[in-house]
Design a protein. Structure first.
Length: 112
């Protein structure tokens, strides 16, 4: 009984993350086709984030898209171009700097 209830609770959490974190409940357009396309793109984005979390984020850090967005993507910095390369300069006092660097190394290893 508890296993079934936990599965139901997990499904409710996934729906909540889709709605709150990805805007799945937004139907801004007046046409069905546009709203369907938006829902499909949102579903794909959700699945990509889940894959990213499974591959690169440890179990103890696994959390919602809102917390990942805050810890990984809200970083002060600047982008420069030097010798035909794009260089990203991140703030030196970034709290999650070591975690971000490790994640980027793992992503680069997967890409090569």
């Amino acid at each position: 009984m508890f296993k079934t209830y936990r599965q139901r609770g997990n499904a409710e959490n996934q729906i909540k993350e889709l709605k709150c974190g990805f805007g799945f409940d937004k139907t801004d357009s007046s046409t069905f086709a546009r709203n369907t396309a938006r829902a499909l793109i949102t579903g794909i984005a959700y699945n990509l984030v889940q894959l990213f979390k499974q591959l690169f984020v440890s179990e103890d850090r696994r959390s919602t898209i809102s917390s990942l967005r805050f810890s990984l993507f809200h970083i002060a910095g600047r982008i420069t171009w030097h010798a035909r390369r794009v260089v990203i300069h991140l703030a030196s006092n970034y709290v999650y700097k070591n975690w971000f660097s490790r994640l980027m190394d793992e992503v680069h290893q997967l890409a090569t």
